[in-house]
Design a protein around this ligand. Structure first.
Ligand SMILES: NC(=O)c1ccc[n+]([C@@H]2O[C@H](COP(=O)([O-])OP(=O)(O)OC[C@H]3O[C@@H](n4cnc5c(N)ncnc54)[C@H](O)[C@@H]3O)[C@@H](O)[C@H]2O)c1
Length: 336
């Protein structure tokens, strides 16, 4: 088992990780699942952890359920089952369960302890560190939320065996981002190893360590943590654009295209740009790019902007990045 120490909790990674969950001091335990993690992960989790929960709360999967209505249902169930302030809340699922379950636990009776057991690659390597919790408000993603640390994060890579290839590739986009913004040796390794051949335990450990180091130096995203936004200014705009369209796209799919475009905006030499863009083209099924006119309303609404410019985190080189790059709409137009 590998352990990454965040400032207030540990992220434990490996097949024995679930056996190390400390739960005996709690008055009662609830586990939050959706229909997929109930079918694919719950039995394994209960067997490995030996936990005997008082309550299993099942919600519908999907971003469209990451809202206050679902939180109310969770709070109702905890109240009916008389959960007190000494109880423990376990989030068994992807980023939706982790974000919303953490948020719901942090508000119930002014906050009860919670732990994260991420079951998607994205949640394992990205949502597992940083303490961000949130729900959506209508079409505004992560509009209501807070920073709060879990008691621990337990990553059991075997859960990935039931995850679809599409979801794996979506999570992989964030791994590629980690390499591009901060670690050129990691980039080399990814270039040389096909996704099918990656050792997930090692890869998850590497990405969690890298993200954790960045976050420790800037927990509230005031400076360096912003480099993790590479690919996300355009990526979020693309994701928002597709929200009410028939074609559904995953977060990582939008980020892969966002990285492709933001590499073009970056002050990189032509060879480096080509190396990055060729890799993205051959490893991701890049979605159709909306026009700049279609993306502008979302770009202008980005929380990071100041004045009339759009704020980007960009690459200076492979493994080296900068933040707070303010680009005018004219400048962005040049790459469309
Ligand atoms: N807090 C953070 O720092 C942070 C970081 C990145 C993303 N997020 C949030 O995470 C969410 C996206 O997370 P996601 O990509 O994990 O999506 P998700 O939680 O919607 O999970 C994707 C799908 O996979 C299913 N699933 C989960 N684990 C499975 C398994 N082991 N086997 C089979 N099916 C499984 C789920 O039921 C769901 O249908 C977004 O809401 C995003 O805002 C948060």
């Amino acid at each position: 088992m590998k352990v990454v120490h965040s400032s207030t909790y540990d992220v434990k990674i490996g097949k024995d990780s679930l056996q190390t969950i400390q739960y005996s001091s709690y008055s009662a335990i609830a586990i939050l699942v959706d229909e997929h993690t109930k079918t694919n992960c719950l039995d394994i989790f209960l067997k490995e952890s030996q936990i005997n929960p008082k309550l299993i709360i099942e919600i519908h999967s999907g971003e469209e359920h990451k809202n206050l209505y679902t939180c109310e249902q969770i709070w109702q169930k905890l109240t009916t089952a008389q959960f007190d302030r000494k109880s423990l809340f376990i989030n068994l699922g992807g980023g939706v369960i982790g974000d919303m379950g953490g948020f719901a636990a942090s508000c119930y009776k002014r906050g009860i302890d919670f732990i994260q057991v991420p079951t998607t690659l994205l949640a394992m390597i990205d949502a597992s560190v940083g303490g961000k919790l949130a729900i959506d408000l209508e079409n505004f993603k992560n509009q209501i939320g807070l920073f709060k640390s879990p008691k621990g994060v337990y990553i059991f890579p075997k859960f990935l065996q039931t995850l679809s290839h599409r979801q794996i590739i979506s999570g992989y986009a964030e791994i590629v981002k980690h390499a591009l913004v901060a670690d050129k040796d990691y980039w080399k390794l990814l270039m040389e190893t096909s996704i099918e051949k990656l050792n997930w335990e090692e890869t998850i450990y590497h990405s969690v360590t890298l993200k954790n180091d960045i976050i420790k130096s800037d927990p509230f995203e005031e400076n360096k943590r912003k480099i993790l936004n590479f690919g996300h200014t355009l990526g979020h705009a693309i994701e928002s654009y597709y929200l009410d369209k028939e074609k559904d796209i995953l977060h990582g799919e939008a980020v892969a295209l966002g990285m492709y475009l933001e590499a073009e905006l970056s002050p990189l030499n032509i060879e480096k740009k080509k190396e990055i863009q060729d890799y993205l083209k051959s490893n991701f099924n890049l979605v159709d790019c909306p026009s700049l006119e279609q993306l502008l309303p979302f770009l202008k609404n980005d929380k990071k902007n100041e004045h009339d410019n759009i704020n980007f985190s960009l690459l200076n080189d492979i493994g080296s990045s900068s933040y707070n790059n303010e680009l005018s709409v004219e400048k962005i137009k040049a790459i469309f």
